[in-house]
Design a protein around this ligand. Structure first.
Ligand code: FES
Length: 120
């Protein structure tokens, strides 16, 4: 099975278009696709694993979009725009240094084995 390093979920062109203008969302999505390709992050030979990207219809934030959620880190970026994508991908995904000033919230993923007994 292919190793996955990150999954990037972008609410860009939501049917309800609550969090951002759909044209801005579409431009941001296109930039995300091209940056991921340009940086060769979909290469199956990448030792850290491939980077997946998905267009989400709504991530239930519905303001300050486009919203970008980075798994498995559980880091949510707000006000993402085409000119912010490259820095987020290079700094967060490649250098493992999230762009603190653009983070909306953190919801760290808890591994099942890390949960206290009774919380499963
Ligand atoms: S419409 Fe983008 S988070 Fe809900």
């Amino acid at each position: 099975m292919q190793r996955i390093s990150h999954h990037l979920l972008l609410c860009a062109t939501a049917t309800q278009a609550k969090c951002c203008d759909s044209a801005l969302g579409a431009q941001t999505w296109n930039e995300l696709k091209s940056v991921v390709r340009e940086l060769n992050l979909e290469n199956t030979e990448r030792p850290e694993g491939i980077v997946l990207r998905s267009k989400a219809d709504c991530l239930r934030v519905c303001e300050r979009g486009p919203i970008l959620l980075v798994w498995p880190d559980g880091i949510w970026y707000a006000d993402v725009s085409p000119d912010r994508i490259k820095r987020i991908v290079e700094q967060h995904i490649i250098c493992q240094q999230p762009v603190e000033e653009w983070i909306l919230k953190r919801t760290p993923f808890e591994k099942i084995n890390d949960l206290p007994a009774g919380k499963i």
